[in-house]
Design a protein around this ligand. Sequence first.
Ligand SMILES: Cc1cc2nc3c(=O)[nH]c(=O)nc-3n(C[C@H](O)[C@H](O)[C@H](O)COP(=O)(O)OP(=O)(O)OC[C@H]3O[C@@H](n4cnc5c(N)ncnc54)[C@H](O)[C@@H]3O)c2cc1C
Length: 247
Amino acid sequence: MAKWIKAKVIENIQWHSRLFSLRIEADLPPFMAGQFTKLALEINGARLARAYSFVNSPNQSIHEFYYVSVDDGGLSPQLAKLTVGDSVLVSEQASGFFTLDDIPAGKELWLLSTGTAIGPYLSILATAGLVERFEYIVLVHCVRHLEDLSYRSEIADLVEQYRGRLVYLPIVTRQVQPEMLSERVPSLIENGLLAAKAKVDLDPDTSQVMICGNPEMVRATTEMLLSLGFSKNLRRAPGNITVENYW
Ligand SMILES: Cc1cc2nc3c(=O)[nH]c(=O)nc-3n(C[C@H](O)[C@H](O)[C@H](O)COP(=O)(O)OP(=O)(O)OC[C@H]3O[C@@H](n4cnc5c(N)ncnc54)[C@H](O)[C@@H]3O)c2cc1C
């Protein structure tokens, strides 16, 4: 049984009408970058809980979750109404294997995301130890509109900190931007544009790929990588594709 902790809302940042970052104060046990927990609210006398990935690194005391308010969603529109000082329930126990500990060694680490699924990568990138394990890291964030590219100043800081070892590749699919890629991730892998733009190899012999977010993107990207000789990373059989579906 999950143990629930009452957390206090410190901030509910609104990026635009549907995108938010909830920052909460809660005394949680340690978690690993890339993991998720559950947030819950009592709605009409019943507790409604959903999974959300940590955006903060494990060594930061304020916990942060990046979320979209889903039209007609059960919980997320209610989370969007929270203001400073409100309470939200958070599951004490973090979960998930979408962590660096579960990624085999490699030369390049590709972090592929859609929408809010950039969150766990921000936690991973803010945690020490990545540069000892990989020569190059590519953070790919695929969104529909330019305004969905949140956390750009935090990402710019990370790019600076990684001193040439981290490449940030935003993809905007519904508003063509001259300097940005606009096709979907599987097509950009197939036509070679993703690796060409990053100037980093995407190679089954040397690369590890993490994929997170929209299950259709996760599925299609996995299929594309399998066709190129990549293999799924399973606990019983290590490979180089590690995935997390958000729904
Ligand atoms: C392991 C895990 C981690 C997750 N981490 C996050 C996170 O960090 N941020 C986040 O926003 N969501 C995350 N989710 C999704 C989240 O748990 C909820 O499903 C989402 O907030 C919608 O809940 P709801 O009750 O408002 O909508 P529901 O009434 O449960 O409706 C679910 C529908 O909402 C849509 N949906 C769900 N999540 C998203 C999303 N992220 N982007 C676009 N559409 C979506 C899908 O169409 C889905 O069928 C995660 C899910 C899993 C399984």
